[in-house]
Design a protein around this ligand. Structure first.
Ligand code: SF4
Length: 109
């Protein structure tokens, strides 16, 4: 059986829980639909920006098995990813026109 003091504390705790639930509900109801949509879009945009930045990172020369000599007729200057005079869209660092890596793609034009 609870004493008077214990009952009082128990009721006060229950009142605090009810008040917290009410204020939380009020907080949510005061957020407009537009605010919620904007916050969601901002979160999605931040996630996409991080993904794009990560995707834009180039591969290391070691990861691409880059070599500064051609492999048969395959060479950087006939690869569609080569960027004259000495860089590549996919592989980082200085790229020799006569180099090669495992991502070689035949230039179409
Ligand atoms: S072969 Fe192509 S992808 Fe590889 S380093 Fe040379 S230009 Fe870049």
């Amino acid at each position: 059986m609870l004493g008077t003091v214990e009952k009082k504390f128990s009721l006060q705790a229950a009142d605090r829980k009810v008040e917290m639930a009410r204020s939380s509900a009020i907080e949510w109801s005061t957020l407009s639909r537009r605010t919620i949509v904007f916050r969601c879009l901002a979160a999605v945009a931040a996630t996409l920006a991080a993904s794009i930045k990560e995707a834009a990172a180039k591969a290391t020369q070691a990861a691409a098995s880059y070599q500064d000599t051609p492999k048969d007729v395959q060479r950087c200057d006939n690869c569609s990813l080569f960027q004259p005079p000495n860089s590549c869209l996919l592989v980082e660092g200085t790229i020799s026109p006569s180099g090669w890596c495992k991502f070689w793609i035949k230039k179409t034009s």
